[in-house]
Design a protein around this ligand. Sequence first.
Ligand code: NAD
Ligand code: UDP
Length: 338
Amino acid sequence: MRILLCGGAGYIGAHAYVVLVERGHDVVVADNFSNSSPGVLARLRQITGRPVPFQPLDLRDRDAVTGFFAHQAFDAVVHFAALKSVGESCERPLDYFHNNIGGTLNLLHGMREAGVERLVFSSSATVYGDPDHVPVREDARLQVTNPYGRTKLVMEELIGDLCRSDAGFHAANLRYFNPVGAHASGLIGEDPTGIPNNLMPYICQVAVGRRDRLSVFGGDWPTVDGTGVRDYIHVMDLARAHADALDFLVRERRSLTVNVGTGQGVSVLQLVEAFAQAAARRIPYQVVARRPGDVAEVYADPSLAQRTLGWRAELGVEAMCRDAWRWQSQNPQGYPVA
Ligand code: NAD
Ligand code: UDP
């Protein structure tokens, strides 16, 4: 298939690019580099051994999006492009609505006008908020606790309405749990700008000496060791889920919303310990107050993904830490600045 990756220069998009090219697809990356580096393209070329078709594109620019689709033919779109910081979304909700919801609407318009009828959408476990039960199933109550989460929920709903209105349009909403790790080459990985919000990149930057110590947000959660529990998933497993979702859309000709997680809950301190083992170095930390808006425990019931996509996670926490560390130690400052 000829596939457009919107936001394909970002962390997850870059890994998905590698898997999709390996599966024989013809893949084009489109991005505005608002949260990524052009340096990723050279690395993707190095991994795949071929030039990376790239289109500069800002999804907020409706004319540019429509114009682009008018001159290209695609069989499917994978839509990663979004702003994703929870804290920032509370400070600048309108920017999040404009970029994430407005950008998605422009993309859907462009796809419709060009007759592109398959979409894989990056949703998030954040749509479950603080779940009543774990492991979380797809039919759990949806609730959002911040503007970022709201954009994901609204987009799932808009995409759902479009699918219902048009029997030919099919979408796979992938609800990612906590993506971590990197490609085994160490050439691509997560490269956050500024202070990392998420646990794994923070641990990586402590390990490589960019930060003194990790702050563990709360030691009094009702969990195995008092620290927050999440479902960390290796980004290569997650990348594979996109290829499987595209195959599903072609094969089944129906839409789907599915969890992409391992089904294993891992606490902050368990992840710190696993990383320390993988990197053979101590990770200094201190337990501090809970982070506002955090929840105790979220992990997936991934059985629907297995039944529908034939997908299951294969890589465990050890591989996640080993690969995250390889990336960070080989690229202590992230991608080289051009
Ligand atoms: P990322 O920021 O690394 O990648 C997103 C990419 O989209 C970036 O390259 C950015 O430059 C691009 N982009 C943003 N707005 C754009 C626009 N208007 N036009 C064109 N390009 C634009 O993030 P990621 O971690 O790779 O996440 C990818 C997707 O997965 C996002 O939609 C995110 O919300 C979702 N998600 C991520 C996580 C996570 O923990 N990383 C978890 C759940 C869901
Ligand atoms: N966390 C932490 N210190 C950090 C970042 C995160 O203790 O610097 C904890 C956080 O409270 C949560 C877990 O690590 O229990 C995962 O947080 P992350 O932000 O990576 O993912 P999310 O909370 O969005 O699932």
